[in-house]
Design a protein around this ligand. Structure first.
Ligand code: AGP
Length: 609
């Protein structure tokens, strides 16, 4: 997820661009840049690091001009660096472009352009767009942009400027947000409302496939076929702070609702074109490589550790390889059995967690091969590991991890399928069936998020309890751990997750009348056993909220309430069953007046031991 801005008018573009980008840093902040039409040329200034580094770079020598575009980056292709920062230009600096999204066919386009003599400076997919524009341009800026759009595939929000057309910007979008701010004698482009709200509250919300030609005195919007589109003015009523959260009250709720897109983006490019298998171009593993390991460790902290527990289940079940999961703070000090036959997989949203990084370094020292699963391109853990696969969840601002967790599960599932295929441990037909189910997840998550009222009600009803228990078996137990952590860390309610079969070995002593128990029952192979554990707690007058797959008519006979999630393959249920638990924690925290995004004592990234 990146932030885009654009300005055309009579005032200094650079001033708006920098201010607008500062309001979009929540969308990405590993590098930033601006391009301004100055003295007949396009001047580009860009820098790795936060926006402050760019401000420092141009201090005292701000670009002068009233047409420009800007970008703050969340890297997906190409690590954070000056040269990979946007805007990107063509060979001669006649065009500049900023981009949010993923150009899925950029490699083939780049090869073709290089063969035609284009020279690239960056590792990004975006730079291909600038050279493609140069390649197809024949004097008509709009026609050239349309031709570029016909050739690229993927998701994008794009803004273009041309040296030969200093009176206009062109912008367009597909699956990524882009708005136009309507000023007086000036107009603005932005990924999101926060960037423009201080200048205007009147906006056009661009639709997929729409292309806008933005001049200071007017905007022309056309559709893919070039037909004029009449846009309705959308009046922004939010205040600036609310706007940064996309109108949501908290970043956590916004990030919960971003999960359909985060999951879709994380899957994209890793499902083969025939939609029947998985490919990890960034890994290029083979049977010899996999067979060289006699053990896999998954090591992480907190929510990432909980994702690792699910990952273990996936890899062992699908690829039939032994996996051990451990918390990094324990692993690094227990003199683990690690050598050249070990594959260590570390999981970290931030890529900066010190215990996880230390476990990674220790394992490398002992000869292990290492793979990182992280959400931050170029992070310390990404750079330290031998290989890295990225979740493409976009920046996760709230301390409580949500979209990072679900995208980690998706990555683990795809990795397990990929390993199983390589080892011949799964039939192609079964792989195709699971890949089909995988592609249903974004819409299934959207379906859960479309009706949060029942969950809000439960949260209000039970949000004041001092003790809540989460129980489940198998994958349901792993998700229970994540549910309990969510509740603890943002609502400060003591919550405990227990393997349902373990209750009678002690914890049942704590189950008395009225104690809320969240019981996950989505795993068919242990369903009857889970039911009997639910009866155990009901026999002690606990209040039980069940989490079940749609179509389950049995569970409701034994619990007080049921929250249903769409039915899918058991493997995939954890990615859905965690959503109600995230929402339950969020609304319980709201009920208790807690600081949801910044809970007491906690930090987003624990970079100390
Ligand atoms: C999860 O909600 C917490 N914020 C915390 O447990 C977090 O998952 C843990 O600190 C690991 O962080 P990482 O994924 O950035 O390494």
């Amino acid at each position: 997820m990146c932030g885009i801005v654009g300005y055309v008018g009579d005032r200094q573009a650079a001033e708006f661009l920098l201010d607008g980008l500062s309001k979009l840093e929540y969308r990405g902040y590993d590098s930033a840049g601006i391009a301004v039409y100055e003295n007949g040329k396009i001047r580009i200034e860009k820098s790795v690091g936060r926006l402050a580094a760019l401000r420092e770079q141009i201090k005292g020598r701000m670009p002068v001009g009233s047409l420009g575009i800007g970008h703050t980056r969340w890297a997906t292709h190409g690590r954070p660096s000056d040269v990979n920062a946007h805007p990107h230009a063509d060979c001669h600096g006649d065009f500049a472009v900023v981009h949010n999204g993923i150009i899925e066919n950029y490699l083939s386009l780049k090869e073709d352009l290089i063969a035609k003599g284009h020279e690239f400076k960056s590792e990004t997919d975006t730079e291909v767009v600038a050279h493609l524009l140069e390649e197809v341009y024949a004097g008509d800026f709009v026609a050239a942009v349309r031709e570029v759009l016909r050739r690229i595939e993927g998701s994008y929000a794009l803004a273009f400027m041309s040296k030969e057309h200093p009176d206009m910007l062109i912008c367009t979008k597909q699956d990524n947000p882009l708005i136009i701010g309507l000023g007086e004698g000036e107009n603005f482009i932005a990924s999101d409302i926060p960037a423009i709200i201080s200048r205007t509250r009147r906006t056009y919300i661009l639709g997929d496939g729409e292309l806008a030609v933005v001049r200071k005195d007017g905007i022309q919007v056309t559709d893919r076929a070039g037909q004029l589109v009449t846009k309705k003015v959308f009046e922004v009523t939010w205040n600036a702070e609310a706007a940064e959260k996309g109108g949501y009250e908290h970043f956590m709720l916004k990030e919960i609702h971003e999960q359909p897109k985060a999951v879709r983006d994380t899957m994209s490019q890793r499902i083969t074109n025939d939609k029947k298998a998985i490919s990890f171009e960034e890994l290029a593993w083979n049977a010899d490589y996999l067979n060289s390991f006699n053990k896999i460790y998954i090591v992480a902290c907190g929510t990432a550790y909980h994702a690792g527990l699910v990952g273990k289940y996936y890899i062992e079940k699908l690829a039939r390889v032994l996996v051990e999961v451990d918390v990094a703070s324990e692993f690094r000090y227990r003199d683990p059995i690690v050598d050249g036959s070990t594959l260590l997989i570390v999981v970290s949203q931030s890529g900066e967690t010190s215990d996880t990084l230390a476990a990674l370094k220790e394992s490398k020292r002992r000869g292990a091969k290492t793979l990182a699963i992280t959400n931050v391109v170029g992070s310390s853990i990404a750079r330290e590991a031998d290989q890295v696969v990225y979740t493409w969840a976009g920046p996760e601002i709230a301390v409580a991890s949500t979209k990072a967790y679900t995208t980690q599960l998706v990555l683990f599932f795809m990795l397990a399928l990929y390993m199983a295929e390589i080892k011949g441990a799964i039939l192609p037909a079964r792989t195709a069936e699971l890949v089909t189910q995988l592609q249903e997840i974004p819409s299934q998550v959207s379906e859960i998020l479309s009706d949060v009222e029942p969950i809000k009600t439960f949260a209000k009803q039970y949000g004041f309890n001092e003790d809540v228990f989460y129980i489940g078996r198998g994958l349901d137990y792993s998700v229970s751990l994540e549910g309990a952590l969510k509740l603890k860390e943002i609502s400060y309610i003591h919550a405990e997750a227990y393997a349902a079969g373990e209750l009678k070995h002690g914890t049942l002593a704590l189950i008395v009348e009225g104690v809320p128990v969240i019981a996950l029952a989505t795993q068919r192979n242990v369903y009857e056993k889970t039911l009997s554990n639910i009866k155990e707690v009901k026999a002690r007058d606990a209040v039980v909220i069940g989490i079940a797959a749609e179509g389950d008519t049995e569970l409701q006979k034994y619990v007080d309430h049921v929250i249903y999630v769409p039915a899918t393959d058991e493997f995939i249920m954890p990615i859905l069953s965690v959503i109600p638990l995230q929402l339950l924690s969020y609304y319980a925290a709201i009920t208790r007046g807690c600081d949801v995004d910044k809970p007491r004592n906690l930090a987003k990234s624990v970079t100390v031991e």
